[in-house]
Design a protein around this ligand. Structure first.
Ligand code: NAP
Length: 266
C-alpha cells in the first residue's frame, strides 16, 4: 500500500491531503508543516498521521511539496541528504507555481521521478482542476497517483511547457471568478436584493453556467446568445460589459498571471 506524505499543509497542501484521505486509507497519509500544530490539527481531523519533513522524506512513496515556491530551495536543501540515502523508490509531487521539474530535481539533488501538478482551491471540495506532467514516472505509478488523488477533482495531463499557461487559467482563475462573483452580488445588492440571496443567486448561476458549458460542449458565444432576447435586458448588460473592456481585462489578467508564473522560476 503506497504512502502519501505532505510537506506543507497550508491552503493547497491541506486541500490535497484531504483529497488523499478520501482516496486511500487515512493511516497511509502523513502530514508535516513548519508550524507543526497545523499539521497535527489537520491529522486529528482527518484521522491520519502527523510527522515531520525528515520522516516523510525518509519513507513516503509520494512526497508532496506543498510550500511556497520561494521556500522550496530551503525545504529541499534540508531533506536532500535523506533523499540521497533512500533505498526505496519515491516520487516527488510538486505543486509550486513556476518551478520546473528540472529545477525541482536540481534543488532535490537527484534525477528523481517527479509529478508536477497545478491544482486549484476547489480541490478542497473535490471540484478541482488539476493539471499535471510526469517525468521518470512509470505508467502504473501515474495510474496509482490518479486513482488515489481522484477525490481532489478532475486531472488533466499537460506537456510541462504549458503548465504555466494552464496555471494562469485554472490555478489563478478561482480568484478572478470570485471577483466576478462578488461584483455580481454587489450589483444585486445595489438593486435591492438581500446580500445572502444575491450571493446564492450569483454563485449557483456561475456553477450552473460552467456545468452547462462543460456538459453541452457549446461555444460560450452560443450559450450567451441563448440568453440574449432581441431587444431584451441581457443584451444591454452585455453591451455595458463590452464597453468596459470586460473580455480584454480578463485576458490581460490571465496574461499577467502567466508572466508572473514564468518569472517565479527564474
Ligand atoms: N493557493 C492556491 O490557490 C494554489 C494554486 C496552485 C498551486 N499552489 C501552490 O501550492 C503551494 C502552497 O501554496 P499555499 O497557497 O498552500 O500556501 P500556504 O497556505 O502559505 O501554505 C504553505 C505551507 O507551507 C508551510 N511551510 C513553510 N515552510 C515549511 C517548511 N520548511 N517545512 C514544512 N512546511 C513549511 C507553511 O507553514 P506555516 O503554517 O508555518 O506558515 C504553510 O502551511 C505553492 O507552491 C503554490 O504555488 C497554490
Amino acid at each position: 500500500m503506497a504512502t502519501f506524505g505532505f510537506i506543507g499543509t497550508g491552503n493547497m497542501g491541506g486541500a490535497l491531503a484531504r483529497a488523499a484521505c478520501r482516496g486511500v486509507p487515512s493511516d497511509q497519509v502523513f502530514l508535516a508543516n513548519r508550524t507543526a500544530e497545523k499539521a497535527k490539527l489537520l491529522a486529528e481531523e482527518l484521522d491520519c498521521r502527523a510527522a515531520d519533513n525528515a520522516a516523510i522524506a525518509e519513507s513516503a512513496d509520494f512526497i508532496f511539496l506543498g510550500v511556497k515556491p520561494q521556500m522550496m530551495a530551503d525545504v529541499l536543501a534540508d531533506i536532500r541528504p535523506v533523499l540521497a540515502e533512500r533505498k526505496s523508490r519515491f516520487i516527488l509531487v510538486t505543486m509550486a507555481a513556476g518551478l520546473t521539474i528540472a529545477r525541482i530535481r536540481e534543488l532535490a539533488g537527484g534525477a528523481y521521478p517527479v509529478i508536477r501538478i497545478m491544482p486549484n482551491t476547489p480541490a478542497s471540495i473535490g471540484e478541482g482542476m488539476i493539471l499535471y506532467a510526469c517525468d521518470g514516472v512509470a505508467k502504473a505509478e501515474e495510474e496509482l497517483f490518479l486513482k488515489s488523488m481522484a477525490g481532489a477533482g478532475k486531472f488533466s495531463p499537460l506537456p510541462e511547457h504549458l503548465i504555466d499557461a494552464g496555471s494562469a487559467v485554472s490555478g489563478c482563475g478561482p480568484a478572478f471568478a470570485d471577483l466576478f462573483l462578488e461584483a455580481l452580488a454587489d450589483g444585486g445588492v445595489a438593486c435591492g436584493l438581500p446580500r445572502a440571496k444575491a450571493m446564492e443567486f450569483a454563485a449557483q448561476m456561475l456553477a450552473g453556467s460552467a456545468r452547462l458549458a462543460l456538459e453541452s460542449g457549446l461555444h460560450p458565444g452560443a450559450l450567451k446568445d441563448a440568453v440574449c432576447s432581441p431587444g431584451g435586458s441581457t443584451i444591454q448588460g452585455v453591451r455595458t460589459l463590452e464597453q468596459a473592456g470586460f473580455r480584454g481585462a480578463v485576458m490581460d489578467a490571465v496574461i499577467a498571471a502567466y508572466e508572473k508564473n514564468m518569472g517565479l522560476g527564474k
